[in-house]
Design a protein around this ligand. Structure first.
Ligand SMILES: NC(=O)c1ccc[n+]([C@@H]2O[C@H](COP(=O)([O-])OP(=O)(O)OC[C@H]3O[C@@H](n4cnc5c(N)ncnc54)[C@H](OP(=O)(O)O)[C@@H]3O)[C@@H](O)[C@H]2O)c1
Length: 273
């Protein structure tokens, strides 16, 4: 069993509050080694996507880990080229084949592709009722995308995964998720490595006797998100999960909350109609 706390979704299932991200983890041993290390270190949540090109390696590491499949929460995502009803059904089958798993725990629409996202969502609803995905959700959906989807959906997304850090707090999208009982997953929770030396982050880390990475991740947890840090290095994978035995006090949270500057380190759904 995972030693990490879990978060309950609106379908009654749970997911560990920290997951290993594998975007830009190299194919082959790069990804397999990271997932293997994470599972050895007590992670039970892995976040991949078709577009990362490493679903096969995630599947190998999961199956060879010796950890029972039902204890590991595996997410993958529908890539933009595959959006549409029938193409989404086929894409999920192809992801399951590459992972060599019978189901994924969470399948996400990777991006709110205009003109396609509603029919794609209908496919995800079918995939869930067929048992191929235990939960379905979205990624990079902000308030307008979510409200539109929910107005047309039979199933309310269980999860919305978007970039969220002290430097990009997404308060409106978080409030919309809260209103609908949607779990927020924070991606690029370490700012893709770009703000680990920010003086406020470094200062809070000194006071808490933790590392800057742990401070950013702890801020995410205390802001009610599930966090998805990526590393391929065993020591960092361990460091990034050692975030449940300390708390940032109100002063530290206030200092981090004051850092919002709308910084998107990757793509930015605020421009997507
Ligand atoms: N849904 C989406 O559209 C979307 C978009 C982006 C990301 N994501 C998900 O979120 C995950 C994480 O996001 P991300 O990969 O952009 O970035 P991130 O987790 O914010 O940062 C990763 C970077 O930080 C370094 N790092 C990791 N732990 C560290 C530590 N303890 N100290 C110092 N440096 C550390 C990593 O290098 P090393 O690997 O060398 O340690 C890497 O360069 C992705 O892997 C993916 O699963 C989803």
């Amino acid at each position: 069993m995972t030693t990490h706390p879990v978060r309950k979704m609106n379908n009654g299932r749970t997911m560990p509050e920290v997951g290993l991200g594998v975007w830009q983890s190299p194919r082959g041993e790069g990804t397999q080694g990271a997932v293997r290390a994470a599972l050895e270190l007590g992670y039970r949540h892995i976040d991949t996507a078709r577009i990362y090109g490493n679903e096969k390696d995630v599947g190998i590491a999961v199956r060879e880990s010796g950890v029972p499949r039902e204890e590991i929460f595996v997410t993958t995502k529908l890539w933009n080229d595959d959006q549409g009803h029938d193409s989404a059904l086929r894409a999920c089958d192809a992801s399951l084949a590459r992972l060599d798993l019978e189901y994924v725990d969470l399948y996400l629409l990777h991006w709110p592709v205009a003109g396609k996202r509603l029919e794609s969502w209908r496919a995800l609803e079918k995939l869930q009722s067929d048992g191929k995905c235990r939960a379905i959700g979205v990624s990079n959906f902000l308030t307008s995308h979510l409200e539109e989807l929910i107005a047309h959906a039979k199933v309310v997304p269980a999860v919305d995964q978007f970039e969220m850090t002290p430097f990009l707090q997404q308060r409106e999208a978080r409030a919309t998720c809260k209103k609908h009982g949607i779990v927020v997953q924070a991606y690029s929770p370490l700012t893709h490595g770009t703000k680990l030396d920010h003086p406020v982050v470094v200062q809070v880390a000194k006071q808490a006797a933790r590392t800057p990475a742990q401070v950013l991740l702890r801020w995410g947890i205390q802001s009610e998100a599930v966090v998805l840090p990526k590393s391929t290095k065993r020591e960092r994978i361990a460091e990034n999960a050692a975030i449940f035995d300390f708390t940032l006090d109100a002063e530290a949270m206030g200092a981090l909350d004051a850092l919002d500057e709308g910084l998107a380190t990757g793509w930015d759904p605020r421009m997507q109609p």
